[in-house]
Ligand binder design. Structure first.
Ligand code: 6CM
Length: 258
C-alpha cells in the first residue's frame, strides 16, 4: 500500500510539477543535476578501487586539506529483483531510513520544501574516538529521462547536500556535536529483461537495478586522517550491503513499481 508521500510523489512525477518558490530551490535544482552528471562519469584516472564483492565495486579518490580527509567515494552496484524507483524511493523517504542507515541516532524533518524535497537534521552515532556528528541537509528525488535512450526506463536520482548556512530549526550545537558536511547522490535505473510481446505483469525476476552512488563527507572538526579512512573503509561497504538488502526485503512481497 502506498503512503500519502509516495502517492504524492508518483502523481507529481507524471505531471510537470510546479517549481517551488523556496529560496533553496535554485541550489537544489543545480546541484542535483551536477551530481547526476558526476555519478554518471566513469572511474578513470584518480580513482582507486578498495572493495569489490560480486557486482558491488567501491572506489575512492583521496584528498587531504590541512591534514583533514576530503576523500570522495564512488560505488557501483547491480541489484536483482528491484527497480530504480524502489531503490531511490527507499533512499529518499524518511520512513525507511532507520531500516538501513546504521549510523543514525536521531532524524528530524525540519522543513518540507515540496513533495520531492525535504530538509533533515540527523544526529549520527558516536564513532570512537571522535566526537558525535550531526548534519543538516536537503534531500531531493527526481525522475529524469535517459538522454541516451529516451524511450527506455527513466533515471531516478536522489541528491543529499548539507546546507551552507545554519538553519534556525537546527542550530549548530558546538560542544555537543561536531557538524559534518555531506554531498551524496544515488542514481538508479531499472533494466527490464521481459520480452516486449509478453503481456503478463512485470515480475521481480524480470527487473534489475543499476546503481551508482557518490559521496563526500567532510567530518568537520579534527580527526586523524587514518581514523577517518578506517571508518569510511568499514562503513561504506556496510551501508551498500545493508541498504540493498533492505530494499530487496522491503519490496519482496509487493507488486513491482517502476
Ligand atoms: O548517504 C548515506 N546516508 C544518507 C542518509 O543518512 C546521507 C548521509 C549522511 C551521512 C552523514 C555522516 C555524518 C557522520 C560522519 C562521521 C564520520 C566521523 C569520522 C570519525 C572518524 C573516527 O546522505 C549513507 C552514508 C554512509 C556513510 C558511511
Amino acid at each position: 500500500s502506498q503512503t500519502d508521500d509516495e502517492r504524492a510523489l508518483s502523481d507529481s512525477s507524471t505531471e510537470a510539477s510546479a517549481v517551488p518558490s523556496h529560496p533553496l530551490w535554485p541550489d537544489i535544482e543545480r546541484i542535483t543535476l551536477e551530481q547526476l552528471t558526476f555519478a554518471q562519469q566513469g572511474v578513470g584516472e584518480g580513482w582507486e578501487i578498495f572493495e569489490q564483492d560480486g557486482e558491488m565495486k567501491l572506489y575512492k579518490r583521496e584528498k587531504e586539506v590541512n591534514g583533514l580527509v576530503q576523500d570522495t567515494l564512488k560505488a557501483v552496484h547491480v541489484v536483482k529483483g528491484v527497480t530504480g524507483f524502489e531503490m531511490a524511493n527507499c533512499f529518499f523517504q524518511p520512513e525507511y531510513r532507520f531500516g538501513w542507515e546504521t549510523t543514525l541516532e536521531e532524524m528530524k524533518i525540519i522543513e518540507k520544501v515540496s513533495d520531492d524535497a525535504i530538509l533533515f537534521h540527523q544526529i549520527h552515532k558516536r564513532v570512537w574516538p571522535a566526537s558525535q556528528r550531526d548534519a543538516v541537509f536537503w534531500s531531493h528525488i527526481r525522475q529524469i529521462p535517459d538522454s541516451e535512450n529516451p524511450d527506455g526506463e527513466p533515471i531516478w536520482v536522489v541528491c543529499n547536500k548539507s546546507l551552507a548556512k545554519d538553519h534556525p530549526a537546527a542550530p549548530d550545537k558546538k560542544g555537543k556535536y561536531t557538524r559534518a558536511f555531506l554531498t551524496a547522490v544515488i542514481v538508479c535505473q531499472t533494466i527490464i529483461t521481459k520480452h516486449p510481446n509478453d503481456e503478463d505483469e512485470l515480475s521481480r525476476a524480470e527487473v534489475t537495478c543499476k546503481i551508482s552512488y557518490c559521496s563526500h563527507v567532510d567530518p568537520g572538526g579534527w580527526v586523524p586522517a587514518a581514523a577517518t579512512r578506517a571508518v569510511y573503509k568499514r562503513e561504506y561497504p556496510k551501508f551498500l550491503r545493508k541498504f540493498t538488502s533492505y530494499v530487496i526485503d522491503e519490496c519482496q512481497d509487493k507488486p513491482v513499481r517502476t
